[in-house]
Design a protein around this ligand. Sequence first.
Ligand SMILES: Cc1cc2nc3c(=O)[nH]c(=O)nc-3n(C[C@H](O)[C@H](O)[C@H](O)COP(=O)(O)OP(=O)(O)OC[C@H]3O[C@@H](n4cnc5c(N)ncnc54)[C@H](O)[C@@H]3O)c2cc1C
Length: 473
Amino acid sequence: MNTTHDVAVIGAGIVGAAIARELSGHQLSVALLDARDDVGDGTSKANTAILHTGFDAKPGTLESAMVSRGYRLLSEYARHTGIPIEHTGAILVAWDNEQLDALPGLRDKAVANGYRHCEIIDAAEVYRQIPHLGPGALGGLTVPDESIICTWTVNLALATDAVHRGTTLLRGHRVESVDVGPEFTTLHTTAGPVTSRWVVNAAGLGADVVDARFGFERFTVTPRRGELIVYDKLARRLVDKIVLPVPTARGKGVLVSPTIYGNVMLGPTSEDLQDRTATGTSEAGFEFLLDKGHKLMPDLLAEEVTATYSGLRAAIDHGDYLVAPDAAQRYLLVGGIRSTGLTAGMAIAEHVVNELRSAGLDLVPKHELPEPPRMPNLGEAFIRPYQDADRIAADPAYGKIVCFCERVTAGELRDACRSPIPPADLDGLRRRTRVMNGRCQGFFCGAEVQEFLDATPTGAVHARTTHPEEIAL
Ligand SMILES: Cc1cc2nc3c(=O)[nH]c(=O)nc-3n(C[C@H](O)[C@H](O)[C@H](O)COP(=O)(O)OP(=O)(O)OC[C@H]3O[C@@H](n4cnc5c(N)ncnc54)[C@H](O)[C@@H]3O)c2cc1C
């Protein structure tokens, strides 16, 4: 196989996958590399999964523009691909007079960001819309278009689409060093060299390290951990919209939100760390969240906890996204996509392609593109295979439930293992199907689920290359 590409994209999170998809809409040979054995195994798998309107972004920033455009692009893409979204809306709650006084300014900020649908409501209306909210709220600001989405399906759809369009996916390829030549750059990876004319660095938490390989010392990534608690599905009756705090300089704060899988989540925390691999949860984090949760929604704390997790935001010492082309080295950095990259990813991809064009990359659109992939539905609000009598009649594997907590069928596990980008391990299978994500966390079905993976020749392969010509369209 030819390993000389026109563009190599480092990082197969949402941002890198979206960039590879956009680039491979053009007559280019594109490679998408990731250090890990799966796509979407970094920050993109562990966030709060809210499709943001961008109402609270800093007006005039690149982030503000990318979030509001990304909201529209991803909403539209979700319609074509079946990525589940629920337009729940959000209410930002003021708990003291200072926060109440901040609401008109936040509404004006939303307008400056191009979002005109926020309304200030009084405490009575807040409690009418969120009856289980804890006592003491003084008023609120509605954000009717904030939505919940499946972050895993977003990443997988973009990467699958990229591969269908011709991208070569190189998993298990950690870029360790770089040689920039007059015409080609060689990326020395843990699975051998990859050669490309242009390189896009979308390495998330590792973007500053890769940037340094190109001779720059312009920013440092600080992993900012966000821990979350996921409550049982029985808690879902308590809240049907996103309950937001008044944002602070450090971020969006702790929220209560329904999840697309039918649970309720509380979080995230915000803690700067040194260790870029510290995705564990902590006792201090839980205490902090339980304290916040007690004030926000005491009834929630009486519900069972299904799971806890944490993700690391790639915070940088720069007030905005850092997208910087370097024509001389045929290189482009995408850094600091801190807490809005799920929403903004597709818009960032458009922006990156325009920047590459200005920097000298020839971009000729392909005459024909395949249809976007139709993704399996993981959303609780939409019909799933076990509920679909016609589908079960046509293929009884969709009637055989393997994971009873999340109602995942043998047919879905089989499909995921045979998909264009099969899972590398059980966690990958979880993200593709919801299997083992429920109350028992795989205690009941874990062994049977592992058998599906073991029976899949491609299942546990490391350093796997997915060439587009392998895919039956
Ligand atoms: C707690 C939390 C809550 C959030 N909530 C939201 C939200 O509600 N809505 C929203 O829009 N956004 C949210 N975000 C932000 C969003 O998750 C991120 O902005 C987005 O996932 C970033 O995607 P990415 O592709 O840049 O990074 P990643 O998903 O981290 O992908 C980068 C990839 O690069 C790879 N890589 C790194 N170094 C190398 C190397 N040397 N060689 C090869 N590969 C490499 C990594 O393995 C990784 O897979 C949240 C983030 C967190 C942590």
